[in-house]
Each structure stands twice: as structure tokens, then as C-alpha cells.
Design a protein around this ligand. Structure first.
Ligand SMILES: Nc1ncnc2c1ncn2[C@@H]1O[C@H](COP(=O)(O)OP(=O)(O)O)[C@@H](O)[C@H]1O
Ligand SMILES: O=c1ccn([C@@H]2O[C@H](COP(=O)(O)O)[C@@H](O)[C@H]2O)c(=O)[nH]1
Length: 201
């Protein structure tokens, strides 16, 4: 199994890059795990308490469970990937049966901050988009898809997103094997990653 880690700040285009990679590759050969599924379960908290969580700090992620799941997949067994709701700021309680594939992609803002995970990735990719571009994308996406308003996105950006990005996410470029510039759609970089994956299939 080839495990590819794809990191980068919020709005840089990780999900879009993953979908572009999957597009045209043989169905059922490449699997995806999202770090978002591994936000810690906060059912014991009220919604008002959950909203205050710093979701851009590594401690918000259950990296132990994520690493365990990757190990299980590597041993050719399926896992039950938790389903996360950005609207509720919590796991839904549902899971998705995720089967091992020849290539597994793990994507998320903080996945390269965890040394155990880093060791498990055969290829580490960092998707870069400029800060202003990421903020614009995040604003549009969170308002249209995640039930936020302008004020909420901007307040979270100033109080946690930007400081956490500068402290934890941007320095992870150092560990990347490949950095994909993604201010514009980058079909050349996507084709290169697809070629690497096709060699494995
Ligand atoms: N290269 C790009 N140029 C313009 N918009 C993009 C680009 N990549 C992604 N987007 C858009 O930006 C938003 C955030 O992208 P997404 O892939 O969800 O980012 P991430 O998963 O890194 O948070 C989405 O609405 C997506 O359509
Ligand atoms: O309950 C939550 C959990 C996370 N977030 C924000 O999501 C992004 C990470 O997702 P991307 O798809 O990579 O943008 C992170 O910056 C968190 O702030 C949230 O709003 N609510």
C-alpha cells in the first residue's frame, strides 16, 4: 500500500486536489481518509462550548485513532471512518466502511504535524495557496456550505486560523516531498501525482 499525505492550510484546495487526482484513476484503486473525520468526539459538550474549540490546533485531532486506522488498512482490513459534521462541530455518530486500497490518500490541515503519521506517509505533499486567496475561498465555502456568517469566519480567522496556521501548518512545508502551488488550478502538478500513483497500480 502506498500512503500519500496531503496537507496545507484551510482553503488551499486539498479536497479539490484529491478529487482531481481521483478523477480518471481506476475506480476502487485509490481510497481517501480525511483528517476532519478524526476531530475528537465532543458529544459531552454543548453546542455553545463546541463553537469555542480551537479546531486548528493539533490537540483537536484524535491522531491516535487516525494512526490506528491507517495501520489496520495497511494490514489489509477495513475500518469504520467516523463521519464529521461541520455544522454541528461534532462527529455525527455514523461511520463509513472504508476498505484498504493499493493507494490511500490522507488529507488534512494538520496531518504533517504528527511524527507517527509522518513516518507512515510514503509521499508527503503540501498544497500552497496565498493567505488572502485561502481566506477568500474559506469565506465563500463556509458561508455557502458550512452554515457560517461573515463575522464568524473573520473572527475565527483572526483569533485561531491565522495564528495556528503560522505556528503549526506553514512550518510543515519543511517535511514535504512535493509542494503544489495552487493559487490557480495546477493541472501539471496533478498529472505528476497521477503518474506516480499509476506506477503503483
Ligand atoms: N486552484 C483553485 N482556484 C480557485 N478556487 C479553488 C482552487 N482550489 C480550490 N478552490 C475552491 O476553494 C474552496 C476551498 O477548496 P477546498 O478544496 O475545499 O480546500 P481545502 O480542502 O484545502 O480546505 C472550494 O470552494 C474550491 O472550489
Ligand atoms: O467543527 C469544526 C471543525 C473544523 N473547522 C474548521 O475546518 C478547517 C479544516 O477543514 P478544511 O476543509 O481543511 O478547510 C479548520 O481550519 C477548522 O477551523 C470548523 O470550522 N468546525
Amino acid at each position: 500500500m502506498l500512503i500519500i499525505g496531503i496537507a496545507g492550510g484551510t482553503g488551499c484546495g486539498k479536497t479539490t486536489v484529491v478529487n482531481q487526482i481521483l478523477n480518471e484513476l481506476p475506480e476502487g484503486e485509490v481510497g481517501v481518509i480525511s483528517q476532519d473525520s478524526y476531530y475528537k468526539d465532543t458529544t459531552h459538550l454543548s453546542y455553545e462550548e463546541r463553537v469555542k474549540i480551537n479546531f486548528d490546533h493539533p490537540r483537536s485531532i484524535d491522531f491516535g485513532l487516525l494512526a490506528d486506522h491507517l495501520k489496520i488498512l495497511k494490514s489489509n482490513k477495513p475500518i469504520h471512518q467516523p463521519v464529521y459534521s461541520f455544522v454541528k462541530h461534532n462527529r455525527t455518530g455514523d461511520t463509513i466502511l472504508t476498505h484498504p486500497r493499493k493507494v490511500m490518500i490522507v488529507e488534512g490541515i494538520l496531518i504533517l504535524t504528527n511524527p507517527d503519521l509522518r513516518k507512515m506517509f510514503d509521499i508527503k505533499i503540501f498544497v500552497h495557496a496565498d493567505t488572502d486567496e485561502r481566506l477568500i475561498r474559506r469565506l465563500k465555502r463556509d458561508i455557502s456550505e458550512r452554515g457560517r456568517d461573515l463575522d464568524e469566519v473573520l473572527t475565527r480567522y483572526q483569533t485561531t486560523l491565522k495564528p495556528m496556521h503560522d505556528q503549526f501548518i506553514e512550518p510543515m512545508k519543511e517535511y514535504a516531498d512535493i509542494i503544489i502551488p495552487n493559487n490557480k488550478y495546477n493541472t501539471v502538478a496533478i498529472d505528476i501525482v497521477k503518474t506516480i500513483i499509476n506506477e503503483k497500480l
